[in-house]
Design a protein around this ligand. Sequence first.
Ligand SMILES: Nc1ncnc2c1ncn2[C@@H]1O[C@H](COP(=O)(O)OP(=O)(O)OP(=O)(O)O)[C@@H](O)[C@H]1O
Ligand SMILES: [Mg+2]
Length: 199
Amino acid sequence: MNVVETCGKETLLIPGTSVQRSFSSIDEEVVGFEKDAESIMQKLTRGTKKLDVISIFGMPGIGKTTLARKVYNIPSIVNHFDIKVWCSVSQEYDRRTLLGEILKQTTRKSEIIEADDRPDMLRRSLIGKRYLIVLDDIWDVKAWEDLDLCFPKGENGSRVMVTTRIEQVAKHLQHHSNPYPLRFLTRAESWELLLKKVF
Ligand SMILES: Nc1ncnc2c1ncn2[C@@H]1O[C@H](COP(=O)(O)OP(=O)(O)OP(=O)(O)O)[C@@H](O)[C@H]1O
Ligand SMILES: [Mg+2]
């Protein structure tokens, strides 16, 4: 974390480069976000049985990936879904690689699957299952359109959880649930986070 600035009552976290951020947050203790995690959990486990997209959107570094990862690892979420996939999309992505990454987590044998067969294989691996697929850091609806056909639309309570900086992308992907605007940490939470990072 490079800078912590206060903006009135709220606190804005401005992170370092994407390289510095990388995935260091995965196993780190998450500050706050309890209620946010609860809201996202409800969206993941309750409501429509149809496929739903749960989008978390907000400014760079605000904690979207951190919150998504926190929810993804909650034991009741782990147990709720038959298949769980975490996939980092980012601004520059390659559809075939993305499909390969997702397949690796659904079938564990993606390396022997020809690139052209991957969409069909992915679809078949998900049919009849209650799946949770996280598409972290989507910038463009094109990334969704590239994958959407591979996601079976059964009534198993499957979910795709998306994080994005771009509200319009979140709105475009909306199925049933409203996109979730991630709040800033409070001043107290930001202090706590700063102290945790420093010590
Ligand atoms: N509530 C929090 N608890 C612990 N660490 C946090 C929290 N919020 C942010 N961070 C830290 O701030 C950094 C940025 O968080 P994160 O990657 O989740 O932001 P982001 O909103 O996904 O950013 P981007 O838009 O760049 O993807 C990470 O190092 C993460 O560990
Ligand atoms: Mg992120």
